[in-house]
Design a protein around this ligand. Structure first.
Ligand SMILES: Cc1ncc(COP(=O)(O)O)c(C=O)c1O
Length: 464
């Protein structure tokens, strides 16, 4: 059984907090696995040369932050990989109609796709070509699916040859395929300091090293990326330049150009996750268009059309496309031709574009609700996507704020859930306005949050 003893040598601040920060970081990077049993606090105190009072306080704080759970008579265990308590509960993703209001999930608005998909499925059922879709396929079969991908990519602002397009089972599978295909154990993968957490879990599983690139309110800092390139040898940089997850920042053209130059200069592969890109109307040029030879572009129909289709596309530099096709082969043999057929028809006849516009319209409507209820001043980067980034007023700690919201039956996500280094997590939360089907419930949830924002954090909830 692995025994966890944190390395506190490079940390500052009160000892008990150093232990908690090391624990959060090790959980986020996968070094400390879910379900691991920790040493009894007295034993850990002995190992670290600190007082039992310190480790006892650290464990209590870690339980409060939902990093650990204690089971009487069995010991103390790691609760889950850094996810916030609302997300950690095993539960359905069905859109709630009663009970707690869920503003924690970044999913598209429900209810629009069904009629279109019903129509297309009926058309396919009558099609004489159905038989060929039920067979195994090679990369060269069903080229018209890649042609549909080409049309979708063009709408995302990315031009591509058919050979460079790799259909995947959604964006997540696309990212995993890229990491599997192009990085070796021990390679350094960079990501924005606040990022899409599953990518960190993938990196840990593939035994990659991970490095956090610093951000400001406008997204990732090119100079921080360059510093990593000078000081270490990153193999790839995973980033979401448009409607960043979770901060909503969209990188300016100037930052994009600079990042593209740095990547080309140091030979770093850019993995551009643009799953939210289709929602943005005035979207800057994708990195894949600025520097096509160094960027792998990841797009998906999940946010704009329907996540259950599980269809996405990678656009790779010509020299890397074969390796990506191979990774898809290895992982799933092929992206299911039937769902690709549904997606292709929706793309080709323009329905996918209409569905995207519908998502945009409702997202904007709900974003206006956010501004009306929380006030423009609370939201540094008004967004036209599904999520909202809310830095908390002075004195609030994000875990305490989210617990207070949960107590009032509203679920939100803390910045810590997205932080590569838990100690860098700002006191901020992410709200998502699209998961709830009913706008009145969103409104009620936002009003409750506005009420919490008006409260003064009590003494015990102050940041120390
Ligand atoms: C930033 C980001 N990238 C990728 C994905 C995965 O997308 P897909 O559903 O297409 O796999 C998500 C899903 O929430 C996401 O938020």
């Amino acid at each position: 059984m692995a025994i966890w003893i944190p390395d506190l040598s490079s940390r500052e601040g009160p000892k008990y907090l150093r232990i908690v920060e090391a624990m959060a970081e090790d959980i986020a990077t996968g070094r400390l696995a879910e379900g691991t049993r920790l040493l009894p606090h007295r034993e850990l105190a002995y190992q670290l040369g600190v007082s039992p009072n310190t480790t006892s306080r650290a464990y209590a704080e870690a339980v409060k932050r939902a990093l650990l759970k204690g089971e009487v008579g069995r010991g103390t265990f790691v609760r889950s990989s850094g996810a916030d308590p609302a997300q950690a509960e095993p539960e359905s993703l069905k859109r709630p109609e009663s009970g707690p209001i869920d503003l924690s999930r970044n999913l598209p608005m429900p209810g629009f796709s069904e009629q279109h998909i019903r129509r297309v499925v009926a058309e396919i059922a009558k099609d004489t070509g159905l038989g060929s879709m039920l067979d195994y396929q090679t990369d060269t079969d069903l080229l018209h699916h890649r042609a549909a991908g080409q049309t979708w990519l063009a709408r995302c602002g990315v031009a591509s040859d058919l050979d460079c397009i790799v259909p995947v089972v959604g964006g997540q599978h696309g990212i995993l395929s890229v990491l599997m295909a192009l990085l070796q154990p021990g390679d350094l993968l960079l990501a924005e300091a606040l990022t899409y957490a599953p990518v960190l879990a993938m990196a840990a599983r593939l035994n990659l090293q991970a490095g956090a690139v610093a951000m400001d309110g406008n997204g990732v800092l090119p100079e921080a990326f360059e510093a990593w390139c000078r000081d270490a040898k990153p193999k790839a940089f995973y980033l979401t330049p448009t409607l960043q997850a979770p901060t909503t920042a969209t990188l300016s053209e100037a930052r994009r150009t600079r990042i593209a130059q740095i990547a080309a200069q140091y030979g770093v592969i850019l993995i551009e996750d643009d799953v939210f890109g289709p929602l943005k109307s005035d979207k800057p040029t994708p990195l894949a268009q600025i520097t096509p030879e160094t960027t792998i572009y990841v797009t998906s129909l999940s946010k704009a059309v329907a996540p259950g289709l599980r269809v996405g596309f990678l656009k790779a530099p010509a020299k890397l496309a074969a390796a990506l096709h191979h990774a898809v082969n290895l992982s799933v043999w092929m992206t299911p031709p039937l769902t690709l057929e549904v997606a292709s028809r929706l793309i080709k006849d323009g329905t996918a574009t209409e569905m995207t516009k519908q998502q945009q319209r409702i997202a904007r409507q709900r974003q206006r609700l956010v501004q009306d209820i929380l006030g423009m001043a609370a939201i540094p980067t008004p967004s036209d996507g599904f999520h909202v980034w809310l830095p908390l007023p002075e004195g609030w700690r994000a875990d305490v704020f989210s617990s207070e919201c949960a107590r009032l039956s509203v679920r939100v996500s803390e910045a810590r859930s997205f932080a590569m280094n838990a100690s860098d997590a700002p006191e901020a939360i992410r709200l998502c306005v699209s998961h709830e089907a009913n706008e009145e419930r969103v409104q009620r949830g936002l009003e409750i949050i506005a009420g919490v924002l008006r409260q003064k954090p009590s003494g015990s909830s102050m940041v120390i």
